[in-house]
Design a protein around this ligand. Sequence first.
Ligand code: TEU
Ligand code: CA
Length: 544
Amino acid sequence: MKNSDRDWWRQAAIYQIYPRSFKDSNGDGIGDLQGIISEIDYLASLSLDAVWLSPFYPSALADGGYDVDDYRDVDPKIGTLEDFDEMIAKLSAVGIKVFVDIVPNHSSDQHVWFKEALAAPEGSPARNRYIFRNGRGADGALPPSDWPSHFAPSAWTRTTNSDGTPGQWYLHLFAPEQPDFNWDNREVQEDFLKTLRFWADRGVAGFRVDVAHALKKDLSEPFRSYPKIGAFENPLTGDDVLFDRNDVHEIYREWNKVFQEYDPPRVAVAEAYVRVERRVLYARPDELGQAFNFDLLEAPYDAPTYKKLITTAIEFAKKENSSSTWVLENHDKPRSASRFGLPSDIDMMEWVTSDGALAVQDEKLGSARANAAMMFLLALPGCTYIYQGEELGLFEVTDIPQDQIQDPMWKRNLFVHKGRDGCRVPLPWKSTGSSFGFGSDGSHLPQPSWFANHSVDVQSAPDGTLTLYRKALALRRAMQTTEDYQWVETGDTGVLHFARPNGWHCISNFDGAPFAIPQGEVVLASAPLVDGKLGAATTVWIKA
Ligand code: TEU
Ligand code: CA
């Protein structure tokens, strides 16, 4: 499929840039748009179809930029709208499209609307853009409901009136600095349509939609009890209190009409932490088109599990006329090379919080499995997302000193979990020098000394992970002529094999005995073969 096709995204390779940690052009320790522009050759060397930029909008960074002050501007710490236009033009010249991140569930508390709401009286139109309610109990001292936030204990924070007396409470499913919008309000709905058009007019190809399943809540009173957040445990009825409600889809059907105003039509990908049956509803052709498949983010490295999750994901996506997506890493989860190098019963959040002391990671095994899993997913039909640094084989950084942690999870969950900074550490570009070539003067999160071995220059060696990614990404396009794939029996429960069009085969030995591979040209292997056989934690691509 060619990039110009309207279906270009169905089997694309999309690279996630976390802008503050990609590359710093002016030595302030913060990655920026000019930094991205300076590495266009690097991005082009990965044979990508698109990059997705995590938020780069003006933000006080209470949640790494997922607290947006202004949806239609660039944070001055990161660049300007002119830089953005330059970036799009230069990426487009090398055939790379751009996705931006839309954060519709909540703004930041620095957004002009929220400031207006705080200054406005109870029941005012300004307050009605958010979710303000009176508290329960004597003097309204108790939160309006028992709803929890992802980060803070309660999803409600009480405001203070201008005369200093305690006021109403507002809802925030995330940090208190991230007040939730009222999506029943037409003004809110229209403002997001304006934001979509603003970026689409500037040439963005698509949108990643943050917590797409959370926008609509059951706000009928008395509020229903909802004491615990457990995304995958959501009932599948579409009538949950806070998540994955049926009426949320009305929003995306309206967005889709905006996407269709453009040529090629814009597309989007839903971040919806829900089970596959419900996830694919967000990906319907008259909604967002795609939804992140997070099933493998937490799955054990195990052949039967992979086979089952992959088969189901493809089947369900097909049912809704979408294609599946594949994700091994993102900015919210510990790096896969660490995860795969630890016993599968380790709670990764606990492990990070223990500074890695809870269990010692087997680096060799973790890296081998991460590379094998990546090659396995890249060969499947569907769209693969790669998170910056994944191609360098980065491990999770577990030793960030507590006083330098930026993730609101740490402060807001009362120092229970250190959170997600360990996969957000600025990239190492060189094995030496200040901040390993990230910038000229330090990095906003501390880089460990072992980053030297995972720098772009070191990993560009013939046996480097980066070299493997480059080769795999360049080759995979030849397999993606159709979306057909076919499982082939291997006779070993630890080994998976599927066939793709034009004689391509992908075989992965998860933890089986050395496996005799079928006849054909070995085009690429994630690790050297052992006596001509496929060893454990190795994937091979064969052209019959
Ligand atoms: O994440 C949504 C979300 O549900 C996360 O809190 C997730 O459960 C957690 O990170 C798992 O470790 C999105 C963004 O990806 C995340 O970075 C933001 O913090 C969050 O929304 C709020 O905008
Ligand atoms: Ca900078």
